[in-house]
Ligand binder design. Structure first.
Ligand SMILES: *Cc1c(COP(=O)(O)O)cnc(C)c1O
Length: 392
């Protein structure tokens, strides 16, 4: 097919040509001062954008690696954690914690809501709740399009004078939704290369607080590859526990340059909000016919990274996704778990701009019409109008 395929999965995301070109280089000697400086400055800049004053640990891995590294370093076998289960990804993280021998308290938010501060207060106030060492939460749960309010979660911990570490999977939200790691007292903030950072999969990170460093040093559990102590004490590229991911570092440096040129991370999250809002305006119009709706019930919890759209009984979301792919050159995320066949997910994170979003919305609207899903008129028009009205 001519033209570009529009990638609207909520990861991996578009890789800008600039980043691809920055990575298309011969291998270099990673022990040189030049590479060391590029690596150091890249990690420092990324940590700055995370708004974290503690250390940042990098890994050559997927997000699953960052999950495992974080849990292995912060908690010993048998310790209690509270896992905020808001959907597929957070649930999988909880399964990993169980496999790691932790005592997992499951806190189910339901598929259509984020963490409810009142319910969280109740759980953490019980005797078992008092013994919880860490609260683990996915900032944005990618399978449902729900973003939890981290400020409210921090407030619960503060009000209860609860000492649990606050551990946040910001894999889908980093660079898309504002996240003040220091200010919110986030003890560990997880991110990856292939979502907001616009890169190929292969790099993952945890920005950690001084409290998290202390917890890692106090934790005697056996570990080696993921050991933060080993990585914190290593110099430069040795932090990666093996050959450093040279080409990904080239890509990361370019990604951070692009973020800087756009005006910094706040400008990038503003753009994500704007484009996400355009998507929401369109979905709101489509929903007027009563056959499609937002999965996220609360407006405030609708994610800047991905919108999960549910179809009424009798419609097949797999068919909509197939039509979008085959006729409109657009890929989307499918419904996961209980939402399989019932929902599709429009990813709107990473390297995107206004015409790309309007093109994507036109393709989704067209696919819904091909599948004879009744939708309200004027979705694309509402999105266009919103973008036109924005003061910038
Ligand atoms: C994508 C994603 C993950 C998993 O990342 P991988 O790199 O695929 O391991 C974890 N959590 C969230 C919220 C995600 O969106």
């Amino acid at each position: 097919m001519s033209g570009r395929t529009f990638i609207h999965n909520p990861g991996p995301t578009n890789i800008p040509d600039r980043i691809l070109r920055a990575m298309a280089q011969p291998a270099v000697d990673f022990a040189t001062e030049e590479f060391g400086m590029l690596l150091d400055s890249s990690l420092r800049n990324l940590n700055h954008y995370m708004k974290n004053s503690g250390p940042l640990i990098g890994y050559t891995s997927t997000g699953h690696g960052a999950w495992e590294a974080t849990v292995t370093n912060l908690f010993d076998v048998g310790e209690s954690i509270l896992l905020c289960d808001s959907g597929h990804f957070s649930h999988r993280w909880g399964e990993m914690c169980e496999a790691q021998g932790l005592e997992v308290h499951w806190f189910d938010t339901g598929l259509r809501h984020g963490v409810d501060p009142e319910a969280l207060t109740e759980v953490l106030s019980t005797e078992a709740g008092r013994n919880i060492r860490g609260v683990l939460v996915a900032h944005t749960e990618t399978s449902t399009g729900v973003t939890s309010d981290l400020r409210a979660i921090r407030k619960v911990l503060t009000d209860l004078d609860h000492s649990a570490l606050l551990v946040v999977d910001s894999i889908a939200s980093f660079g898309c939704t504002p996240l003040e790691v220091d200010e919110l007292g986030v003890d560990a903030c997880l991110a990856v290369s292939q979502k907001g950072l616009m890169m190929p999969v292969g790099l993952a990170f945890t920005g950690i607080s001084d409290r998290a460093v202390e917890a890692a040093y106090a934790n005697n559990r056996h570990r080696f590859y993921w050991d933060w102590r080993r990585r914190l004490e290593a110099e430069g590229y040795r932090m990666f526990c093996g050959t450093p991911p040279i080409h990904h570092v080239f890509g990361l440096a370019e990604s951070l340059t692009m973020i800087k040129e756009e005006g910094g991370i706040d400008a990038v999250t503003d753009r994500h909000h704007r484009l996400a809002e355009a998507v929401r305006r369109a979905v709101s119009e489509w929903a007027a016919a009563g056959e499609v709706e937002f999965n996220a019930v609360n407006e405030k919890e609708r994610s800047n990274s991905v919108t999960c759209v549910r179809l009424a009984e009798g419609h097949d979301s797999e068919k909509v996704i197939k039509v979008a792919r085959e006729r409109f050159n657009l890929t989307m995320g499918r419904g996961i778990g209980p939402l399989a066949g019932k929902a599709f997910r429009i990813g709107h994170l990473g390297d995107l701009n206004e015409p790309m979003i309007l093109g994507a919305l036109g393709a989704v609207e067209g696919s819904l019409r091909v599948c004879r899903v009744p939708i309200g008129q004027g979705g694309l028009q509402a999105a266009t109008q919103y973008l036109a009205d924005m003061e910038r």
